[in-house]
Ligand binder design. Structure first.
Ligand code: ZN
Ligand code: ZN
Ligand code: ZN
Ligand code: ZN
Length: 355
């Protein structure tokens, strides 16, 4: 039960910093008497209410990570609640261990079809108060994100002269005052050039990948295949999960895609960080070397959140397997989501350079 322990620690980490922030705010210059009085009075009056909210929080939290779910809430056939992240994590772990997934609370079997959403809990949780990380005021969970991103006066912002090198970051309400005295607009052109160069470099790196794609589009031979990876197990002593596609043909040759978890780490269930790597294998014999570039994209089937990256490998008679390269997923959650699904779908675009 490693997954039950890890998320629980992270949930206690998320609650403690708010207490620290609250303490430090009291000591800061925002310490104004009327405000503290109001807060003390409010605490007295709200004592009962707070307790009810705390009690509800304890009832509606995810049975695995003990956090209040942010999105979908799932329940087993006995009614135990799990947040979407933990639910897919449980399914993914079961897939990795080649076992049936079970509810962490009561061990009843769970699957995508036997578990159900619980909308009442989802709605109730979204109404529970939650504290803004910047101003420490409480808001219903369903409006907290908007408040923190668009409305909060204390949210962290940058100076409007950041593009010419001003590193200032601070609460939004202090921004106008800073910008009035910011000396970056008075810097010389030569000084400003430094910052512009850094921005240019960042943009150039980002553009490089798109430029390369356009260059590839000019190749003589381009093909795409919508690939479906299915889970398999190695027949080693400890069965290990890997993924493989069925054979497909491209450029008059047979190919296969293989993928594995955490680059074949011994027991990926011991790690909370997860990623997928994949390789392309040329199955037929080739007499002439094939210089191939390829990209994995989401494609029309499936919903993999993969960022584009271009790989290139020369397939020859001796070297018919590309190295395992990372599928660029946004985070471990996305990897768990893919593991929890039965198959992984994506589109593979292949570009063959003419010799
Ligand atoms: Zn959870
Ligand atoms: Zn259960
Ligand atoms: Zn706020
Ligand atoms: Zn500034």
């Amino acid at each position: 039960m490693s997954e039950a322990v890890e998320p629980a620690t992270s949930s206690s980490e998320t609650t403690s910093p708010t207490e620290v922030v609250e303490g430090s705010i009291d000591k800061s210059e925002d310490f104004v008497e009327p405000d503290t009085k109001r807060r003390k009075l409010a605490t007295k009056n709200d004592d009962k209410k707070h307790k009810l909210e705390d009690r509800l929080g304890g009832i509606l939290c995810c049975a695995v990570c003990l956090d209040l779910p942010k999105a979908a809430v799932y329940q087993c056939t006995n009614g135990h609640l799990m947040c979407a992240g933990c639910f897919t994590h449980v399914l993914a772990d079961a897939r990795l261990r080649d076992e049936l997934a079970t509810c962490p609370s009561c061990r009843v079997e769970i699957s995508k079809t036997s578990a159900t959403r619980n909308l009442a809990v989802e709605n109730a949780v979204s109404e529970l108060p939650s504290e803004c990380q910047f101003c420490n005021q409480q808001f219903p969970r369903n409006s907290l994100e908007r408040h923190e991103e668009q409305e909060c006066d204390e949210r962290i912002s940058g100076c409007k002269f950041s593009r010419i090198g001003c590193p200032w970051r601070g609460p939004l309400h202090e921004r106008p005052e800073h910008e009035n005295q910011c000396n970056h607009p008075h810097r010389t052109g030569a000084e400003v050039m430094e910052s512009l160069k850094a921005i240019d470099q960042e943009m150039a790196d980002e553009r490089k990948i798109y430029d390369s794609i356009f260059e590839l589009l000019g190749f003589e031979k381009i093909l795409f295949n919508d690939i479906q990876l299915k889970p398999y197990r190695t027949d080693e002593f400890v069965h290990r999960l890997f993924y493989e596609s069925s054979r497909f043909s491209a450029f008059n040759n047979q190919w296969v895609v293989k993928a594995r978890i955490n680059n074949s780490q011994k027991d990926p269930t011991q790690s909370s960080e997860r990623g997928l790597t994949y390789q392309l294998i040329l199955k037929s014999k080739t007499t002439t070397p094939m210089n191939l570039s390829y990209i994995v994209l989401r494609g029309p089937v499936g919903d993999i959140k993969v960022k584009p990256s271009i790989h290139q490998f020369e397939f020859t008679e001796q070297e018919n397997e590309s190295p395992y390269l990372p599928l660029r997923l946004p985070d471990s959650n996305e990897c768990n989501r893919l593991l929890a699904a039965k198959v992984i779908n994506f589109r593979l675009i292949m570009f063959l350079a003419s010799k």
